[in-house]
Design a protein around this ligand. Structure first.
Ligand code: C5P
Length: 209
């Protein structure tokens, strides 16, 4: 296809979302945070009081999802993220969402998709794949400081435990576990700010463009 796709994967709070948005703005590409698609399915189930574990119901929701109406703010709640990682283990939910994500990935002139399985499953032929990581402590610290900066209260140990539990669920599932694609560039942001991560990623994209 003629569309240039940048595939970005990594665990929660690794900085992959911020990086994806910066790259999309820089190159004039369309951006999809695929985590929002799993969150939207989870939130629809929670709002309607439906069980998270019913695969047929969840897959029906996934098949009807409109990618143009994903409201980041409405989907940002912590419990929605937790619920999303539970619906994300179901193969028929993943099949429906991956189909929509692949269609988005073809939007010219270029796309940036971020998630857990973009380089491995959704866009295995993407010319640039990035796997963004940071130590669990560094990721928990970012989350913690985000919440404090927003005027909220947070417990660092609880955030760290939540992140570790989410990592284990995302890396341990059978269908499309979180892992770097064989041809992904590893970007460890533990000691990097967003500007340094952006410059490192930009260098890799410019080489492939
Ligand atoms: O990145 P975010 O926290 O919004 O993702 C919520 C959950 O959705 C993740 O913990 C993961 O279980 C799931 N997800 C996924 N595949 C993706 C994106 C997100 O399984 N491509």
């Amino acid at each position: 296809s003629k569309t240039f796709t940048i595939a970005i994967d990594g665990p929660a709070a690794s900085g992959k979302g911020t990086l994806a948005r910066r790259l999309a703005v820089h190159y004039g590409f369309h951006h999809l945070d695929t985590g929002l698609t799993y969150r939207a399915v989870a939130k629809a189930l929670l709002d309607q009081g439906l069980p998270l574990g019913d695969e047929a119901i969840a897959a029906g929701m996934a098949g009807n999802l409109d990618l143009k109406h994903l409201d980041r703010k409405a989907l940002s709640a912590h419990d929605v993220g937790e619920a999303a990682s539970k619906v994300a283990v179901m193969p028929s939910v993943r099949r429906a969402l991956v189909a929509a994500q692949r269609a988005f990935a073809e939007t010219p002139p270029g796309t940036v998709l971020d998630g857990r399985d973009i380089g491995t499953v959704v866009c295995p032929d993407a010319p640039v794949k990035l796997y963004v990581t940071a130590s669990a402590e560094a990721r928990a610290k970012r989350r913690y400081e985000e919440i404090l900066a927003g005027g909220g209260e947070a417990d660092f140990a609880e955030i760290l435990a939540d992140l570790s539990r989410r990592d284990a669920r995302d890396m341990g599932r059978t269908d499309s576990p979180l892992k770097p694609a064989e041809d992904a560039h590893l970007l460890d942001t533990t000691e990097m700010d967003i500007e340094a991560a952006f410059l490192a990623a930009k260098r890799l994209v410019d080489e492939a463009l």
